[in-house]
Structures are given as structure tokens and as C-alpha cells.
Design a protein around this ligand. Structure first.
Ligand code: GUN
Length: 303
């Protein structure tokens, strides 16, 4: 087997954000308006702090009006709901992102459902979920990680994915379900596997496109992967790395990457694969949200 194509998510994400920055500059020139993204972080989860900082930085780099609200862990649900209402009614705020997970005493669904669908740049509101399921992606805001995963698959396979068998492992609302909807929209034959699926190795062996989104380090073995398959690894798992020194850790995906290099036709690394695409697609959603709120047509699709 020849060496696979390593799909460079950092490079694809950089070309996406360059394009978004150019589009935002044009919007500013034509309307005097900047896309406004407001990120809300509740509590002090270190991983969330890193994600939020990266989102804020990228928004600024794209020429957006980037704002952040940091609230203490003890914030009452009512207070968070009030902030979301305020942001819903602020015409300068085109995109609202409430970083997850929220503290346990706050009902996540209640908060996400309050965000105006047209400002829901995460694409988690039931209206956006419904529009995606109905195939009305021209009106929806589509979740960022799934949309980024599709772009990476197209980078490897070209823009026509029709007829391919896509196997999605994982059925979360954030990745598994929406990525399956997007693959269906691309005319793939789609199978969704999960913890109760029988004989996962046999199913994985039939996948032309494998999307791994289970959140279990290196669970998917290379021997399962069909030779030449395109493997998109959404997992970001931190595991101990004693070889780097005591107490050190490293990030790995859901796929046994080193071994899969011998089988896959194309594969995303972790880190440096899907991860950077999530923020790039968030910028795209924010620009789309801003244009729609300003009564302007959508830009051309990316890629
Ligand atoms: N936490 C982990 N991933 C995400 C995401 O895509 N959006 C939000 N809002 N929170 C997250």
C-alpha cells in the first residue's frame, strides 16, 4: 500500500479563514459593518478557556467585532438567560456562542434554545437542526465541526462524494447526527454506528469514508479500515505520555493513527486535522449570519 494522503487541517483552515477575512473586508467596504461575534464562557474549565481564546483571536484576525463575556461558575441560570436575551436584541451582535459544557446547575438545552436561530453560529438550535434535516442548508446555520469534516473529506476525494458509503461512528448532537445529515446531502450512503452497534469492525471495513466521533482514544483499529478509505478523525483525546516525561500527556484521535497510515487512502492527523477546521467554519457561520441579518445574499460555498 502506498503512503496515504495526510489531510492538513491547519492548511485548509488557514485558506478558509483567509477567504473569510477577505469577504469581511469587502462587507466592511460595502456596508460599513463588521460581523459581530460574542462568545460566552461560564466557569473556569481550562480546555474551554483555550477554545474561547482561540475563537476570539481568530474573529479579530478575520476583522470581526469580537466580544467575550466571562461569568463565574456560580452564575444563576436566570442570569445567563438574561444575558442571552440581551445579546439576541443587540443589532451589533450577529453571532452568539455559549461555550459548552455549562456548569451542572444550568440547563444547557434551555440556554441553547433561547439563542435566536439566526444568531446561533454553533448550529445547535432545534430550528437549525430541523433546517439541516430538511435539506434547507441555504437557510440553516450548520454545526462547525461537521461542516469542517465534510470540507476535509472533499479535499481528499474531490467535491463529488455521491454514492460513497460513509460510516459515522458516534451519534452526538454536536457531531455524529449533523455530519450524517451533511453526508446524506452530499448523496453518500450513510450508516451511523454507536455503542450498541453489532460487529463494528465488519461495518467499518465497508466504509469508503469513515468519520470517527466517539471520543475514545485510538478505539478504531487500523485492521478494520478498508484499504484506500478516507478517514476523518474528529476525536481529540488527551492520554498519558510517560515517554515525554513524568505526568506529561499528548493528544490522540479516535483512530489508531500510526497503524492506519498503512491502510487508509487519506487520513486526518490529531492534532492538526479537524480541530482547526471548527474555528474556521465558526468564522464562516458568523459572516453568513451577519450577511443574512443585513439582508444580503450568502457568499459562494467554500472550496
Ligand atoms: N464545546 C466543545 N465543542 C464545542 C462547540 O463546538 N461549541 C460550543 N459552543 N461549545 C463546545
Amino acid at each position: 500500500m502506498s503512503t496515504p494522503q495526510i489531510i492538513d487541517g491547519r492548511a485548509v483552515a488557514a485558506s478558509v479563514t483567509d477567504e473569510i477575512a477577505a469577504r469581511a473586508a469587502r462587507l466592511l467596504e460595502e456596508t460599513g459593518k463588521r460581523p459581530g461575534l460574542t462568545v460566552v464562557l461560564v466557569g473556569e474549565d481550562p480546555a474551554s478557556q483555550v477554545y474561547v481564546r482561540n475563537k476570539e483571536r481568530m474573529a479579530t484576525k478575520c476583522g470581526f467585532d469580537s466580544k467575550k463575556h466571562v461569568l463565574p461558575e456560580s452564575t444563576a441560570e436566570a442570569e445567563l438567560l438574561e444575558l442571552v436575551s440581551k445579546l439576541n436584541n443587540d443589532p451589533e451582535v450577529h453571532g452568539i456562542l455559549v461555550q459548552l459544557p455549562l456548569p451542572k446547575h444550568i440547563d444547557e438545552g434551555k440556554v441553547l434554545n433561547l439563542i435566536k436561530p439566526e444568531k446561533d453560529v454553533d448550529g445547535f438550535h432545534p430550528i437549525n437542526v430541523g433546517l439541516l434535516s430538511a435539506g434547507q442548508t441555504d437557510k440553516a446555520l450548520v454545526p462547525c465541526t461537521p461542516a469542517g469534516s465534510i470540507l476535509l473529506a472533499k479535499k481528499a476525494l474531490g467535491t463529488d462524494l455521491s454514492g460513497k458509503h460513509a460510516v459515522v461512528i458516534g451519534r452526538s448532537n454536536i457531531v455524529g447526527k449533523p455530519v450524517a445529515q451533511l453526508l446524506l446531502q452530499e448523496n453518500c450512503t450513510v450508516t451511523i454506528a454507536h455503542s450498541r452497534t453489532k460487529d463494528l469492525p465488519k461495518l467499518v471495513a465497508t466504509a469508503d469514508i469513515l468519520i470517527a466521533a466517539v471520543g475514545r482514544p485510538q478505539m478504531i483499529k487500523a485492521s478494520w479500515v478498508k484499504p484506500g478509505a478516507t478517514v476523518i478523525d474528529v476525536g481529540i483525546n488527551r492520554i498519558p505520555a510517560p515517554e515525554k516525561g513524568e505526568g506529561k500527556t499528548r493528544l490522540v484521535g479516535d483512530v489508531d493513527y500510526q497503524e492506519a497510515l498503512n491502510t487508509a487512502g487519506a487520513i486526518t492527523p490529531v492534532p492538526g486535522g479537524v480541530g482547526p477546521m471548527t474555528i474556521a467554519l465558526l468564522m464562516n457561520n458568523t459572516l453568513t449570519a451577519a450577511r443574512r441579518q443585513l439582508g444580503l445574499p450568502d457568499e459562494a460555498e467554500l472550496l
